[in-house]
Design a protein around this ligand. Sequence first.
Ligand code: CA
Length: 233
Amino acid sequence: MKPRHKILLVEDEKNIAKVVLYNLEREGYQVITARDGEEGLAKARKELPDLVILDLMLPKTDGLEVCRQLKSDPKTARIPIIMLTAKTQEADRVVGLEMGADDYVAKPFSVRELAARVKAVLRRGQSSEAPTLWKGWEIEVDWDRRKVKSKKKLVELTPKEFELLKVLVEASGRVLSREMLLEKVWGYDQASEIQSRTVDLHISQLRQKLGTPGKQILTVTGAGYRFRMPDEE
Ligand code: CA
């Protein structure tokens, strides 16, 4: 039998905590809970969970500060964090990702969506025994340090451009629609005309910053974008 993954849930809203706890336990995870930032930090350090689900708005120490402290402590730095944010907290979400949160789920969320993210982040974590470096088309990415090089030169990407690149690479050549990109990178689940153009704009900036290798981000007419993988025929 596989060892059960241990998840720490830091959430002060009792109803949300209860529903998440119930559903993750049903999925076979071991779940421990904390109701504020301080308790969350203490339990993360003591229990060293495989994953932390961290609410942003917390009493005592808020989620961003908890994230910052966990990511700056070598003992807990490698524990992946999924942030729970409100849709209106776009700025906080960006800061959270910059501080090293691995993913976020916007409230109100469905438990199924959260469970899917948990699974994805844990799966990603398992392969992180391998170096977190990705190379292809003269692009080099260090996902952990959020460093990107193109033709050996450091490329300064905004957090959104970085996430966009990551999502495209992780899709391993599959086509991602603008709606999917909006949801994965921006956290919107209702795409509008204007938002779709935001995707196009970021894609073109990302291509430009990557230079020649950026041409491997392909536009698929009527469908979206895909990143041509180096090992494709
Ligand atoms: Ca809260």
